[in-house]
Each structure stands twice: as structure tokens, then as C-alpha cells.
Design a protein around this ligand. Structure first.
Ligand code: NAD
Ligand code: 2HG
Length: 303
């Protein structure tokens, strides 16, 4: 009998389907220090972003049964993939399941910033009626610069274009063949041309933050930036500086350098719209993630 650990939660139907396949399913979150030892008795583990399967965890598991790590999500930056593979453990993710949900959240942050929805929700609770202060901007006709035109970037671009925005993009692979509806620009040019910038790239630890002091300096006065990718893609200190100087008019942030974030200066900034890393947290995305997880396990163990 195969034994699978669901360490950070999985949609109920998917758990039931795994049990129907004759799998022993344990739903339990382990503290980081206990995780490696615990993994020894499992054939597979399913995680979201809360559990980190790094070298230290994998070293404690060595000699155990683990053969498969599934990230119920896209980014595998919380797993030491190379080290896992070197030790005969396969790593899989569910790359398609949450693209629409994350794109919708990026668009939601654009609207929140453009029309002061974020800050109105705070000030009205204090009895304030800032009608004269909150003169917003229409997004129709504005330029959205999408950084990373992959699955989520494309879903975001599609929705922005349907709302009347002019979409341009940068992707480090260059101009993408077959993409004729959006113009390609180098990052520097995109930063200078965009009214709104939405980031949809993974975090590359070797490269460090993609958007820092120099990149903020290249943006239009009063640009808006949305980060639903990874916290470290943006240098938070540089972002705060840009918000305080007025260079950046607003930031929509779902992901943070440290999570849960303790950067209250950023989170409570009046020009910021925040969510606690909920890009993939919709019923639909979680259902699709559950389906993909079940399929991966079925295929991997020939069930
Ligand atoms: N907020 C959330 O809950 C949430 C949910 C899912 C994914 N994400 C994040 O979104 C990211 C994008 O997901 P996706 O499914 O669209 O991935 P994807 O692989 O389909 O697309 C990423 C695109 O970015 C490009 N790219 C990579 N590094 C780049 C760089 N440094 N500069 C420019 N372009 C670069 C790639 O060529 C690719 O086209 C994930 O890596 C993950 O970090 C966040
Ligand atoms: O598990 C989550 O909720 C985060 C998901 C997201 O960041 C991803 O990379 O898929």
C-alpha cells in the first residue's frame, strides 16, 4: 500500500480519490525541523508553499521511502529540485491549474489601485469620506507592461486587452514566436513605456531581484506595479522608496520577500493593495490542482 503525505492541504475530492485508489493518505503539516524525518515513511508528499523541502530536509530523509514530491502549484522554489533528483526523488508540479486565478488577482489589484478601492476600504471604516481625494484613473487606453509572457502573463494580457488596455511585454527568451497581438520590448523600454507593470516571472536566486532601485528609476512618473509572482522578484526597500517619493503611484502585492510578511510599513502603505499570497486560492484553481495531483500519483505509481 502506497503512503502519501498531504503536508499543506489538498482539496477534499482529491483526498477522497486518492483513498479510493487504495492509498493511505495522511493530512498533517510538520514543522520544518520534523519534516525530513517524517518523510522517510512516505512514498510521496504533496506540498503547497508552506513546507520547504530543502537540502537539510532531504538529508534527513535519506534512506527513507520517498520517491515523489508534488508541488500543488507552479513555483518549485521551496524545493531543492536538483538535490532531490540527485537522490532519486522526482519533483512534479501542477503548472496549468492556477493561471486564470492568478491573472484575475493581478487585474483585481490593477482596479484596486486605479480607483483607490484598497485605501477606501481602510479609511471609510474610520468614518472618513474622501470623495474629493480619490480621483482615480481609467485603465482603458493605458499601457500594461507584462514581464514574463508565460501561462499567467498571457492570461493577464488577454484580460487587460479585453478591458481596453494596450499590452506590451518583456520575456527573457525574447520575442515569442506566434505572439503578434502584443509588442515586445526590452525590459528597460517596457519600464519606460508602461503605466501599469505586472510581473509574472519566477524568482531566480542567482539573479536576485529583477525590479530594484535602478528599474524603479527607469519607470514613468506615477507608474503602478503589480507583483503576483514571487516576493523577491521586487526589492521591497526600493519599492518603499519609490512609493514614498511618488515615482510609483501604487503597488499591488500578493507575494512578499518573507512570508508571512512582517513588513508592516509596506503592507500598511496607503498606496499599496495587498493580499496574503492568495493567487491560487480559488475553489476552481484548487479543484484543478487536486485533479492534477491525483493524475500525477496515478501515473507515477501505475494505479
Ligand atoms: N501568487 C500566486 O499565488 C502564484 C501562483 C502561481 C504562480 N505564481 C508565480 O508566477 C510565476 C509565473 O508562473 P507561470 O505559470 O506563468 O510560469 P511560466 O513558466 O508559464 O511563465 C514564466 C515566463 O517568464 C519568463 N521568464 C522567466 N524568468 C524571466 C526573467 N528573469 N525575466 C523575464 N522573463 C522571464 C519565461 O520565459 C516564461 O515565459 C511562477 O514562477 C510563480 O512564481 C504565483
Ligand atoms: O500554494 C500556494 O498557495 C501558492 C501557489 C503559488 O505561489 C504557486 O507557485 O503555485
Amino acid at each position: 500500500m502506497k503512503k502519501v503525505l498531504i503536508a499543506d492541504g489538498l482539496q477534499k475530492n482529491a483526498v477522497e480519490q486518492l483513498k479510493d485508489l487504495g492509498i493511505e493518505v495522511i493530512e498533517r503539516h510538520f514543522e520544518q525541523e520534523e519534516l525530513g524525518e517524517a518523510l522517510k515513511e512516505f512514498d510521496a508528499v504533496v506540498i503547497r508553499s508552506a513546507s520547504k523541502i530543502n537540502k537539510a530536509v532531504l538529508d534527513k530523509e535519506l534512506g527513507g521511502k520517498l520517491k515523489l514530491i508534488i508541488r500543488g502549484g507552479v513555483g518549485v522554489d521551496n524545493i531543492d529540485v536538483d538535490y532531490a533528483v540527485k537522490n532519486g526523488i522526482i519533483v512534479k508540479n501542477t503548472p496549468n491549474a492556477s493561471s486564470v486565478s492568478v491573472a484575475e488577482l493581478a487585474i483585481a489589484h490593477i482596479f484596486a489601485l486605479a480607483r483607490f478601492i484598497n485605501i477606501s476600504n481602510v479609511t471609510m471604516r474610520d468614518g472618513k469620506w474622501n470623495k474629493k481625494k480619490y480621483v482615480g484613473t481609467e485603465i482603458t487606453g493605458k499601457t500594461l507592461g507584462v514581464v514574463g509572457l508565460g501561462r499567467i502573463g498571457r492570461e493577464t494580457a488577454k484580460r487587460a486587452a479585453a478591458l481596453g488596455m494596450k499590452v506590451i511585454y518583456f520575456d527573457f527568451i525574447g520575442e515569442i514566436p506566434g505572439v503578434s497581438e502584443y509588442e515586445y520590448y526590452k525590459l528597460d523600454e517596457l519600464l519606460a513605456k508602461s503605466d501599469f507593470i505586472s510581473l509574472h516571472v519566477p524568482y531566480d536566486a542567482k539573479q536576485g531581484s529583477l525590479i530594484g532601485k535602478e528599474e524603479f528609476a527607469k519607470m514613468k512618473e506615477g507608474a503602478y506595479i503589480i507583483n503576483c509572482a514571487r516576493g523577491k522578484v521586487v526589492d521591497e526597500a526600493a519599492l518603499l522608496e519609490a512609493l514614498n517619493s511618488g515615482k510609483v503611484a501604487g503597488a499591488g502585492i500578493d507575494v512578499f520577500e518573507q512570508e508571512p510578511t512582517q513588513n508592516l510599513e509596506l503592507v500598511s502603505h496607503p498606496k499599496v493593495s495587498v493580499t496574503p499570497h492568495i493567487g491560487a486560492s480559488t475553489n476552481e484553481a484548487q479543484e484543478k490542482i487536486g485533479e492534477e495531483v491525483v493524475n500525477i500519483i496515478k501515473e507515477f505509481f501505475n494505479l
